[in-house]
Design a binder for this molecule. Sequence first.
Ligand code: SAH
Length: 494
Amino acid sequence: MKGKVTLVGAGPGDPGLLTRKGLEALQAAQVVVYDRLVSPAILALMPEGAEKINVGKQASRHPVPQDQINQILLEEGLKGKNVVRLKGGDPFLFGRGGEELELLAQHGVPFEEVPGITSAIAAPAYGGIPVTHRDCCSSLHIITGHQRAGKELDIDFEALVRTKGTLVFLMGVSALEAICTGLLEGGMAPDTPAAVVERGTTPAQRRISATLSTLPRRAAEEQVESPAVIVVGSVCALAEQFDWFDHLPLKGQTIVVTRPRERAGTLSGRLRGLGAEVWEYPCIETAPITPCPAMEQALARLDAYEWLVFTSPAGVDTLWYWLEEQGKDVRVLGKIKLGAIGPGTARALRQHGLKADYIPPVYDAAHLGEGLPAAGKVLALRAEEGSPALTEELAKRNIPCDDVACYQTLYQNAQSHELRAGMVSGQITLVTFTSASTVKGFVASVGEDVDFSAITGICIGKQTAAEAEKYGIPVKIAKAATMDAMVDLLLEGV
Ligand code: SAH
């Protein structure tokens, strides 16, 4: 059986610019072949079980030669694998996508191509430069500035100048001087607006604006490096007015998100949307405790309870784990009333078609216990090391409660070099903590010997903050225990 090879354009860097079709192909891949221009945030979307083959250039090592890449794609396709070849930007724009398809076509291996958003248009766009504008030009030209070793640039500069269109050069950083000189000699005015956009659409994006005659000097002063696009034309002058990306409130901030992987998405996505560089480090994981006789007993006599309360979305997940395990479904819950500690937990219930009957005004265990309008017995499905506040409050009110520890927190045992290096170098300044256990997990990942006083712990609540303070982490506490309030807190600080 033959497999299929899908060339997927990953876009220029911002993971939000991967197309839906590209994401679907990636998630269905058994083998992913990728190179260096694909951003880490997109590589993180590769399915866990997929084989990952890096054919890109690594610091001092050479990239895998093109004919070998073609061969890998062919071999994996012939093995019957579902292969995704991830390429930066658009695969067919200076991406050698065509060459990769030739061999597949010759051998009858089925293939598809999913276009991507090209850096030629997106990097200028994130720098506030629309590549065309009715008042400025009527064409756009995308040119490779790649110079073969020892050869002159093979570009007809005079012809380009005559078009009066916007010119975008890819792979042009090392030939920047030669490109600008060529255009000047081709008759372009020295004061024509020009710009370089480096690492476009990523949190590290820089735009350097100048004129055709001053751009090489400005770029050298700023030590511009590849990947960068060079844009020449009057549209570049619009950048001052249209630059939006650099003005995002969290631009320039590196924020670590320590939530468990399955819950990190929303917070990370919002922070990226606000311009932050987000490092996702799920320092903890939650898992059902098995076997769990207390849980099985409770489920067998659910009708003895008036209320079922959850203090986290993980508790909701654990209930579903057991229902599946026992071949049951939501109908066993019957008329039982549902309490949720806050909106995140209520949302987890909603995903199973259930509405929380009670959410306390302040999203913590004490307020849940204090305000729960219960008369009968309460069943609480909680973490192994849950805070005693809930049961204490219920006890004060003489409300009987079975507190079932049904899930556990698993800590990331291995230290993360990257995280540690980010801490030691001072690159990391903000770390979000959504529970006391994420603090413990983070400290374990970095190593306790590191000085934590230079970061700020953005904490969901008081208990989490108290845990962070034990390690000398300066803290700020969200006004409410929600992701919205965490984001607000981050925005206040900048
Ligand atoms: N197929 C890619 C281009 C590959 S050629 C695309 O459509 O974008 C590689 C060149 O693309 C780099 O030398 C650089 O000029 C440009 N490039 C790729 N990613 C970039 C980015 N994030 N910012 C600026 N330029 C980028």
